[in-house]
Design a binder for this molecule. Structure first.
Ligand code: DAH
Length: 360
């Protein structure tokens, strides 16, 4: 038994001198591990007579208990001191002023695109997209604008190069978002209800024209979607977008190759110090083109015009932004002038939605 007392002292001394967790752990394995000294001793109990075992067993057990608890105490001690060490060395001065961070803002085009999408989403329209480099067929032919049609000239199209000897019609930078109608109907068929916001390109540059600008296309196809639905949809849209209770729209007969009949839509408004007042006054402002989708367009998109009909419309997002937020010059939209962006930009934490208000 004396031997065991010595052993206890030896073990406890060894444990107490350990100064880090790794060496403590390897000591633990030497003593208590599967093949550790104490474990082997415990195993010897099996070879003893039952009297020996009765006296030796409890002593050995209590030795193991003591050693085990000395280990866990030491482990906690080492952990605590390690933590204290870190707490002493790692600290931050919370009174230091924070570094300045430049905060960005949302461009009016993005803001208006979000606003418009939120309004149409509530009316059951989903958002569709198409490529900005289009084939001649999607941009023109499928929309009932054959080669030699005068509308092709009106579009001031940017053409892409073809290799020498390649006599296919050149691809174009899309001149409007209307080709997305075709793409959507070819892939999804009818019925459908979509809007397609995106960039479009025309070779034109002055205060109200830039070579790249943004349009929003709308398309609703069903078995009995009518011109009345078009009027209702656009009226609802304008009220929500301009945030007014009352307004007046004027549908003026017009012509687009891809709609029949076609109408341009004007909004009754007044100008007050350069700011637009919607719903009153003696002025009419043209805001979009629209009409009932031409049967040839449906046919080109694989939709049977004897079964389906619907309306389409197209408007300029940039123009909507200029009108709603009183921005006078379109060119400034694309100058990346930070002072302009700070003035006309929107906070990134204000997501437009119909319940908390569309803007600011
Ligand atoms: N694509 C026409 C343009 O760029 C706008 C337009 C007019 C789109 C009438 C339509 C529509 O869908 O029905 O001038």
């Amino acid at each position: 038994m004396d031997g065991l007392d010595n052993l206890r002292k030896k073990y406890l001394d060894q444990i107490s001198t350990k100064s880090n967790q790794d060496s403590l752990e390897s000591l633990r394995i030497t003593i208590l591990g599967k093949k550790g000294e104490l474990s082997l001793k415990m195993r010897e109990l099996g070879n003893m007579t039952s009297e020996e075992r009765q006296s030796f067993g409890p002593i050995l057990n209590s030795l193991r208990t003591d050693v085990t608890s000395a280990f866990s105490k030491k482990k906690t001690e080492l952990e605590d001191s390690k933590l204290n060490e870190r707490l002493k060395n790692e600290w931050i001065d919370l009174t230091l002023p924070a570094r300045n961070r430049a905060s960005g803002s949302i461009h009016p085009i993005s803001q208006v695109t979000e606003e418009v999408s939120a309004i149409f989403a509530e009316m059951g329209f989903s958002v569709a997209e198409g490529p900005q480099i289009e084939s001649d067929w999607y941009n023109f032919d499928a929309l009932n604008i054959p080669p030699e049609h005068p509308a092709r000239q009106e579009h001031d199209t940017f053409f892409l190069n073809r290799n020498d000897g390649d006599d296919q019609a050149p691809n174009v930078l899309r001149t409007h978002t209307s080709p997305v109608q075709i793409r959507h109907m070819i892939s999804n068929g009818a019925p459908c209800r979509i809007i397609a916001p995106g960039r479009v390109y025309r070779c034109d540059y002055d205060q109200t024209h830039t070579p790249m600008f943004h349009q929003l296309e709308g398309l609703a196809i069903g078995r009995d979607v009518s011109m009345a639905n078009l009027k209702g949809t656009l009226e609802e849209f304008c009220k929500k977008f301009f945030e007014v209770e009352e307004l007046e729209l004027r549908f003026r007969a017009s012509h687009f190759p891809f709609t029949e009949p076609s109408a341009e839509v004007d909004l009754r408004c007044a100008w007050d110090n350069g700011k637009l007042e919607v719903g009153k006054g003696e002025n009419w402002m043209e805001i979009l083109g629209s009409g009932m989708v031409h049967p040839k367009v449906l046919k080109a998109s694989g939709v049977d015009p004897n079964e389906w009909q619907g309306f389409a419309f197209g408007m300029g997002i940039d123009r909507l932004a200029m009108l709603k937020y009183g921005i006078p010059d379109l060119r400034a939209f694309f100058d990346s002038d930070l002072r302009w962006l700070r003035h006309y930009g929107f906070s990134s934490s204000d997501q437009p939605n119909l319940h908390s208000g569309l803007s600011r």
